[in-house]
Design a protein around this ligand. Structure first.
Ligand code: ADE
Ligand code: ZN
Length: 340
């Protein structure tokens, strides 16, 4: 039996606003004098039943309305880092959604300075190195994304990549080809959510129109054998989020999740938590529950942990050092037996 939380891992797909736990929502709402439409933490948690991505996004955007000050964003991030440390996370690449805050009148620098003051302490206080990825909301216009990119340019040293999230249906990556072109020309790496609810064509578009370095989710890629070949041959990483996929009804149950098929097809799949406060688990919980449901072996889990570092945006020497830590942890356990 493997203790998955002891396995060193990188988390590459986590929305900081999706780590906002109900207790902290109530605490910060009270401090800021923001009224909530739920009477208690329990009543809020009871509302976490989603029929699809949009039904989740409605609640996700409503909850983040209580975040107002730099301190709020700093505390949100510190709370995530504390939990990630307990889950064996050694490196985290964290999404944030500035447009969701700008729309509410919260300035870009309030958000990024709050996140940054927590991240600056992360390696020392939590043993977690970090990078930030700024996402554009794909259900807003390309013009709005372009204006947001302008706001980010002075903070380029703090942001490694731009990404694309929010409602995928009818918002193909191609809509943002020009913004992503400008972001790449300015030195940002690029990633995009694609093939979560959207079809394989959106994954093709993320690769060809946005020139992404990773595909976020990408689970629907398996519907297109030519796409699987392209992803495998280019070792394009996919940041898979199993508990999210079940909660948002992208897949019916964890036992039917395609993660094992993705690994067997030679894809560079990684396991991540997406919006852990809403989906019932942080990254180790995703590893453990998926391992149980799909009968993953110790070797599969070690592959996932190794992939997480390989797919990260850190340098080659740092990758090698982390992967050596994975091997050392893996050597202590049986590789062929079911892991959990
Ligand atoms: N924003 C936060 N979580 C998301 C998800 N799973 N898909 C798209 N946008 C998101
Ligand atoms: Zn996501």
């Amino acid at each position: 039996m493997i203790d998955v939380s002891a396995l060193p891992k990188a988390e590459l797909h986590v929305h900081i606003e999706g780590t906002f736990e109900p207790e902290q929502i109530f605490e910060i709402a009270a401090r800021n004098g923001v009224a909530l439409k739920y009477a208690s933490v329990e009543a809020l948690r009871d509302a976490y039943h989603f029929s699809d991505l949009q039904s989740f996004l409605d609640l996700y955007y409503a909850a983040m309305n209580v975040l107002r000050t730099e301190r709020d964003f700093e505390e949100l991030t510190l709370a995530y880092l504390r939990r990630a440390q307990a889950q064996g996370v050694k490196h985290a690449e964290i999404f944030f959604d500035p447009q969701a805050h700008l729309q509410r009148g919260i300035a870009f620098d309030v958000v990024i300075d709050g996140l940054w003051s927590a991240l600056q302490r992360s390696a020392r206080d939590f043993g977690i190195t970090t990078k930030l990825i700024m996402c554009f909301l794909r259900d807003l216009t390309a013009d709005s994304a372009m204006q947001t990119l302008d706001l980010a340019l002075p903070y380029q040293e703090r942001i490694v990549a731009v990404g694309l999230d929010s409602a995928e249906r009818d918002n193909p990556p191609s809509k943002f080809a020009e913004v992503f072109g400008r972001a790449r020309a300015s030195g940002f790496l690029t990633v995009a959510h694609a093939g979560e609810e959207g079809p394989p064509e959106y994954v093709w578009s993320a690769l060809d129109d946005l020139k992404v370095s990773r595909v976020d989710h990408g689970v629907r890629s398996l519907e297109d054998p030519r796409l699987v070949e392209r992803l495998r041959d280019t070792r394009m990483p996919l940041t898979v989020c199993p508990l999210s996929n079940v909660r948002l009804r992208v897949v019916p149950t964890l036992a039917e999740h395609p993660l094992k098929r993705m690994l067997d097809a030679g894809l560079v799949a990684t396991v991540n938590s997406d919006d852990p406060a809403y989906f019932g688990g942080y990254v180790s919980d995703n590893y453990a529950q998926t391992a149980q449901a799909l009968r993953l072996t110790g070797a599969d889990l070690a592959t996932l942990a190794r992939n997480s570092f390989e797919a990260s945006f850190i340098g080659a020497a740092e990758k090698a050092a982390f992967i050596a830590q994975v091997e050392a942890a893996g050597d202590a356990t049986s590789k062929e037996a079911p892991a959990v």
